[in-house]
Design a protein around this ligand. Structure first.
Ligand SMILES: Cc1ncc(COP(=O)(O)O)c(C=O)c1O
Length: 419
């Protein structure tokens, strides 16, 4: 018999195998300083394009003040216990009501983290007779929620309504046999490539098929829609979304998340969401902080306007210079380049060391082999000067990529990193 750890000693997994070359630099980098458009990486000033602080609330003086005051008033422990037992307060309820009203739903319920909250929401919404149909490019929290499901599940091709229909046909036949229902899951905005989920087209299918619709709007909440209420608002289909989910980890620059739905659904989830029934309640400092952020999100449209001014300048500038930014329909700005993983490493090192640009890098196996994805997240704290500097830097690194500089350098990078 094998030692359980044998596989772990041998293989650190698809990303872990790059640890010796990548850790501390490409993965687990330590960004220092106040969260903003300019931070420090390894002692150097960098323009940061890798933080989902879309509205620039993370370090807003009013937010910092409320966070600090709430820390003094409540500490970081209160309330103790799960919501159901001893972790419930008026302010948790108030925040839920404010969130529900903002996203135009009857009720809302707080989640401690988006990830486990989504896993738990999916788990609570279905039983073994039900069928889940979800986008193949779904976020890991959706995939893990589906993993808990004891019944059938189908994926449809990414954002492909025809493929969804095919799977709804299959799911409908199956549900008729099992006596269950169907849950369709999409993201509002897909965080890697930036496309909006085809919420309108999916909602239109409700005329033909009987299903309930769950939307993870982590990247859309606060950034999309006239009031910032998200991608459902943007596409005019918020009423057709049966369960709306968003996290505080992005435009709200906090921790925690929520789901919003009809009162009866929330009443059910309150009693059946295992991640909330068997885990400590969202701490008060985060609740108070989230209320402040929500108020600012609602009353300071200039934050979203600035975010979009920066987004448009960045995306139009990249397109004008001939960069492939895929099919983004949101602030998420992917830049696709062709190259190997070692070339990608040399390129990102050049961007950081010589151009002072810090962005995330995504390579195989997350995207196809031979492609490099640099992901830029604009925020309201960026300036048009940041955008200009970044566009110029991107032109320079593309020229170096194309003339083979990174191919030559990659060997040196590997050596410098102890390979
Ligand atoms: C689409 C999506 N859903 C859920 C989550 C998880 O949210 P949280 O960070 O609050 O756990 C994320 C990442 O933050 C995300 O991008």
């Amino acid at each position: 018999m094998k030692d359980l750890f044998e596989k772990i000693y041998k293989d650190k997994g698809p990303l872990g195998k790059w640890a010796s070359q990548a850790e501390g630099y490409f993965v687990f980098p330590k960004l220092e300083g106040q969260i903003s458009n300019r931070m420090k990486f390894q002692g150097k000033d960098v323009i940061t394009w890798s933080i989902n602080d879309y509205l620039g609330l993370a370090n807003h003086p009013e937010v910092r003040k409320v966070d600090a005051e709430a820390g003094i008033a409540y500490g970081s422990a209160y309330p103790m216990g799960a919501r159901m037992m001893s972790g419930h307060t008026d302010l948790h309820e108030t925040l839920q009501n404010e969130l529900a009203e903002f996203v135009n739903k009857e009720a809302a319920y707080l989640l401690n983290f988006g990830y486990q909250g989504m896993v738990s929401t999916i788990d609570a919404l279905v039983n073994k007779h039900d069928i889940i149909v979800y986008d193949v490019d779904a976020h890991a929290c959706i995939i893990d929620g589906v993993r808990l499901h004891m019944g059938k599940r189908f994926t449809y091709k990414h954002n492909d309504v025809e493929s969804l229909e095919k799977n709804l046909d299959r799911a409908t036949k199956m549900a008729e046999q099992t006596g269950g229902g169907i849950l369709v899951i999409s993201e509002g905005v897909f965080g890697m490539r930036g496309e909006q989920g085809k919420l309108k087209e999916i909602a239109d299918l409700k005329k033909k098929y009987n299903f309930r619709f769950l939307v993870d709007d982590a990247h859309g909440f606060g950034t999309q829609g006239k009031t910032g209420a998200g991608t459902g608002e943007e596409q005019g289909v918020q009423d057709d979304i049966d369960v709306y989910f968003a996290t505080f980890a992005k435009s709200m620059a906090g921790t925690g998340a929520f789901i919003a739905a009809d009162q009866e659904i929330i009443d059910y989830l309150k009693y059946n969401l295992r991640s909330q029934m068997f885990a400590k309640s969202l701490q008060m400092q985060l609740v108070v902080g989230a209320r402040k952020r929500l108020e600012m999100l609602k009353t300071m449209p200039e934050l979203k306007e600035k975010l979009w001014e920066n987004t448009n300048a960045l995306q139009n500038g990249l397109k004008k210079r001939g960069f492939d930014i895929g099919t983004t329909q949101s602030c998420v700005t992917p830049v696709y380049l062709k190259g190997s993983i070692p070339e990608a490493m040399a390129l990102v090192k050049d961007l950081r060391e010589n151009f002072g640009i810090f962005c995330s890098i995504v390579v195989y196996p997350v995207i196809p082999k031979g492609l490099i994805l640099l992901r830029l997240i604009p925020t309201a704290t960026h300036t048009l000067e940041d955008v200009q500097i970044t566009l110029d830097a991107f032109e320079a690194i593309r020229a170096r990529l194309e003339n083979g500089t990174y191919k030559r350098l990659s060997a040196a990078v590997m050596a410098a990193m102890g390979e």
